[in-house]
Design a protein around this ligand. Sequence first.
Ligand code: SAH
Length: 494
Amino acid sequence: MKKSRKSPATETRVEEIAGHIPGVPVQTGQTVELDIAGLTTEAEGVGRVEGYTLFVAGALPGDRVRARVTQIGKSYGRAVLLDIVRPSPDRRAAPCPLHDACGGCQLQHWSYGAQLRWKRQHVIDNLKRIGRLRVANGFQGETAQPDSAADHPPVIVHPTMGMADPWRYRNKAQVPIGPGAGGLAGGFFEPGTHRIVDLNACLIQHGENEELIRAVKAAARSLGLSAYNRKTGRGLLRHVVVRHARATGQRMVVLVTNGRDIPHAAELVGLIRELVPGVTSICQNVNTARTPVVFGEETRVLWGEEVIYDEIGGIRFAISPRSFFQVNTEQTETLYRKAAQYAGLTGEETVIDVYCGIGTISLFLARLARKVYGVEIVPEAVEDARRNALLNGMRNVEFTAGRAEEVLPRWQAAGLRADVLVVDPPRKGCDPAVLRAMLDMRPRRIVYVSCNPSTLARDLRVLEDGGYRAVEVQPVDMFPHTTHVECCVLLVRK
Ligand code: SAH
C-alpha cells in the first residue's frame, strides 16, 4: 500500500526512437488527431491512429485531441498533446493551480465518478488479461455465493467504493525543504531537479497539516534557519513531516535536520506552538546521509508527546515519527471492514495476517477471532504492532518479525494452520514461497488486500490453479485523484 510511481505501465517505454519505421503508420514530428479510449496507470491517455497505439500524456478517455508524435516503436509510440479538439464530458478544470507541475495527483482534471469507474475497469482488465479469470458482466445487485463450491461462477468485481468528499484526505505530509525565497522553500521537487517549488496549499492534504507546514516554514524563516542544500550537503532543515490524527485531533510535527544542533531550538518550538496552539508533539529526526531517504536513525522529542493516537474502527494506534500508518484513515476503515466481512469470522478461528505492518488488519480482526498471528519484515513496525495490541488490551495476537517467504513456510512445516489467511503485500505482490505455503496450509478462506491490480491478478491465477476460487473483488479508492487503486478480494477453497 505504499505510494510509489512505479507501475506496470512503465513497460510502455518505447524501445525504438526513429523518424520512420516500416509498417508504422505515423512518423515522429507528425501531427495527428485521435480519440482517446483508455488511460494507463501513469495517467497517459491511450488512443489509436490506423490501429497503431499512441500514448498521450494529459489526454483523458473520451477526449478527441491533436497531438504531435515524438517517439515511435514497432508496436506503440508517444505523442505530446497540442490541443483538445473535443473534450470528454468528464473533463474538469483541475481545482489545484499547481496540478500539472506537481504531479502528486494525476487525475484532478477528471470527474470523480469517471475516476471510480476507470479504477474498477482497470481491475477487471488486469484480472482478465493477467489472471485469465472470468469476470461477471453486470454489477448492480449481484450477490456472491462464497460457499457454493460445486460450480465455478465468474468473479464479481464491485463498483469502486469512493469517498463522499474526495478532498483533504491525507493525514500525513512529508515536505522537502530547500533554499528559496525568504531563506527557505518547502513544497515539491521541480521534476528532474533538486529545486523545490514552494507550496502552501494542497487540496488532498488535511487542512490542519497545511496550516502546520505553513507555521513551521514561517517560524524557521523568522529565526533564519538554513535550508538543506541537496547539491552541497550543507544547511540544516531537510524535511518537515506533519501528521494529524482524525479520531483525537492530535497533531505532530517532525523536523528532519542535517545535524543534531538546531540554533534557537527553544524559540522555534515556542513559535510553532504559538502559531499552532493545537500541536501536541514536536520532534526532531537527525539525518546527515546524502541520500533521498527522508528519515535518519536518531529521533528525539523537542516538546510534548512522543506519539499521537489515532483510531481505525475503534482500535487505537500509537503513531511515532517514523511509524507507518495508512494515509487515508477514513478509507482504510472502509477497506478493513470489507476485509473483516470477507474473513467471515465467528470468534473461533485462527487467522494469519501476512505482511501485517503495524498490525492494523490483525487487530481489526482479533476482536472477531480466537487467535491472530501476524508476520512483517520491518522490526520497528512489529514493535508498533505489539505496542498497539497492548494499548487495546488484546492478548490473542502474536507478531513475528521476519520475511514472510521464510516465516510462513516454517509455520506451515511446524503444523500451524489457519482458518482464514489474510495477505496485504507490497506492490510486487506475494513471494512464490508465500503462495506455496498458503496453498499448503489449506485455509478455508483467503482475503487478499492489494495495492497493485497486476500482481494481484498474477497471484490470483496461482491461487486458482492451487484449488481456490476468487469469489468477489471490492475496489476501494484510498487515493482519490491518483491512478492508485486498492482491492480486497475473497477467495474460498474449492
Ligand atoms: N497491512 C499493513 C501494511 C501492508 S503494506 C497495514 O495496513 O498497516 C505491506 C507490508 O509488507 C509493509 O509493512 C512492508 O514492510 C511489508 N513487507 C514487505 N516485504 C515483506 C516480506 N518479504 N516479508 C514480510 N513483510 C514484508
